[in-house]
Design a protein around this ligand. Structure first.
Ligand SMILES: *[C@@H]1O[C@H](CO)[C@@H](O)[C@H](O)[C@H]1NC(C)=O
Ligand SMILES: *[C@@H]1O[C@H](CO)[C@@H](O)[C@H](O)[C@H]1NC(C)=O
Length: 159
């Protein structure tokens, strides 16, 4: 659901708590990005971390491992769950590739999308959801693992 739709929905609900999108001050760090295809098997994997932030809504620090795969020659466009390390984060993290995957020179460029949803740290029955994407490349086979950042561009809260 798009953020604008969510805001419209929230406005009609007395108990709802909309949140302003703050893409500028929040980002996730991706490391060890590795992706590629071998015949019809296409897969990616990476590590991702987010720092805690204190402004409202407070966001928990997390560290997670994500991966996705498809076996039909296409990129993996279904959300796959990431594994959040430790048990201190009440939330879920998912990743998927977005279309289009484009050939630029000899490299395939493709957007990786990540979504993080977590329970509010200060009030019950409230959660926050942040989603963002970044372009990266298929780099498997003789190329270095990549590091880059993802800035969430869509966010909403449900209270
Ligand atoms: C965040 O919300 C979007 C839109 O409803 C949803 O597709 C996505 O799965 C949610 N993220 C998580 C981690 O649940
Ligand atoms: C990825 O690159 C395409 C083509 O340059 C651009 O339109 C798109 O906005 C980029 N996506 C992200 C998430 O930066």
């Amino acid at each position: 659901m798009r953020a604008s739709t969510v805001f419209a929905t929230l406005a009609a609900t007395a108990a709802a708590t909309p949140v302003a999108i703050r893409a500028a001050d929040y980002q996730w760090d991706v490391t060890e990005w590795d992706a590629g295809c071998n015949n019809d098997d296409c897969s990616y994997e990476f590590q991702i971390t987010g720092a805690a932030t204190g402004d409202y809504p407070a966001r928990p620090a997390f560290s997670a491992a994500c991966q996705g795969a498809s076996h039909d020659g296409n990129i993996a466009t279904q959300y796959a769950p990431c594994t959040i390390k430790g048990d201190g984060v009440k939330g879920t993290l998912v990743s998927r590739l977005n279309k289009p995957a484009e050939l630029l020179g000899s490299r395939t460029v493709v957007p990786i999308q990540v979504s993080f949803q977590f329970a509010d740290l200060t009030q019950d029955n409230t959660y926050w959801n942040y989603t963002g994407a970044a372009n990266t490349t298929f780099n498997r086979g003789g190329f270095e693992p990549l590091s880059f950042t993802i800035k969430p561009t869509e966010s909403f809260g449900i209270a």
